[in-house]
Design a protein around this ligand. Structure first.
Ligand SMILES: [Zn+2]
Length: 334
């Protein structure tokens, strides 16, 4: 073989193994970038997660796992977690959060159940049964349309799938830093304002307990703690979180977390104030007739997306991506 021939072979081999793949990569990169909205150009799509065809859901009451079409599951969760009367953009935001939550569970190989432990899932049949007659026409169609509009879309932070797209009912005006409610800090779960919650159901909710009832409730929930005497001068709010919720509270000799007080008393949120007033049975002597009054705003843990806040933002003209980016700081949707 002559030198020229060898050179020719080398060139052809080079073209094959280097040139074509290189051209393909370059062309595809360009092609993808062209299609991307401006805000996403240059974002790495190496970690774009593809959603599966189906998802296994543990039905708590029936104690069995069922296989459900993935997008059908998302629509059923949205209809179970948010009223269909909410704005379409709020329903879309909820669909991306619900889809991301499910995908995160699949990715981390964690089981998905149908209760509030994960996110509520009712089948189409169950949904129709628990709503007024005719719900399946307009309302269900509205939810399904919102989910179809975001099909396959997920939340990402720093090029990675978001693993904790938490949501709750209403915040009372400000959401919470993750570390103030749960154990650890999560960069996209930080305290933000939630100004459009005027339609929220839990506002200035008053719950009062006699001192006796209050003491019994905390002692029952925390039987191992030594409270000592629980009297009005020994019940105080000690500190509040960035979102304004009760962080620590003194109850007798014990410093309780706001979340512990909330669960012991069944309050809607830890965004509360306390005051004391004389109970109706007050005999002028016994402090056990004193009442402690809790006034709380908001409903739920307060971390991530406020559902009433999302609905309010949508009414103010925000689209679902703006809503998601507001409540999940620094995230991208694709
Ligand atoms: Zn679960």
């Amino acid at each position: 073989m002559g030198f020229k021939k060898i050179l020719k072979v080398i060139l052809i081999v080079l073209l094959f193994f280097v040139g074509i793949p290189l051209a393909a990569v370059l062309l595809e990169g360009d092609y993808r970038n062209e299609l991307m909205p401006d805000g996403l150009k240059g974002v790495s799509f190496a970690d774009k997660v593809e959603t599966p065809e189906t998802i296994d859901v543990w039905r708590c009451d029936q104690e069995k796992t069922v296989k459900v079409n993935f997008e059908e599951y998302v629509a059923c969760v949205v209809a179970s977690e948010m009223p269909a009367t909410f704005e379409e953009e709020a329903l879309k935001a909820q669909s991306v959060a619900a889809r991301t939550f499910a995908m995160a569970k699949i990715k981390t190989k964690s089981p998905v159940c149908d209760s509030t432990h994960c996110q509520v899932y009712k089948t189409e049949k169950e949904l129709i049964e628990c709503h007024p007659k005719g719900w399946e026409n307009e309302s269900w169609e509205k939810v399904k349309k919102a989910c179809r509009a975001t099909e396959g879309e997920l939340l990402y932070y720093d090029g990675e799938l978001v693993l904790h797209p938490l949501f709750f009912s209403s915040s009372g005006g400000q959401t919470e830093n993750s570390e103030d409610v749960f154990v650890s800090a999560v960069p996209y779960l930080i305290s933000v304002s939630s100004p459009y919650e005027e339609k929220a159901t839990h506002k200035d909710e008053e719950k009062s307990f006699t001192l006796k009832e209050f003491a019994a409730a905390v002692r029952k929930s925390f039987p191992d703690k030594e409270f000592g005497t629980i009297s009005t001068d020994r019940i105080k709010i000690l500190s509040r979180t960035a979102g304004g919720r009760v962080e620590k509270m003194q109850v007798g000799d014990v410093t309780m977390k706001g979340t512990e007080v909330r669960s012991a008393l069944g309050l809607s949120s830890t965004l509360f104030t306390i005051s004391f007033k004389e109970g109706s049975g007050w005999n002028g002597l016994s402090p056990s007739n004193m009442k402690i009054v809790f006034v709380s705003s908001g409903s739920g843990h307060g971390v991530g997306m406020s559902q009433y806040g999302a609905d309010g933002m949508a009414r103010e003209g925000a689209d679902y991506k703006e809503i998601l980016k507001h409540y999940y700081s620094g995230t991208e949707i694709y």
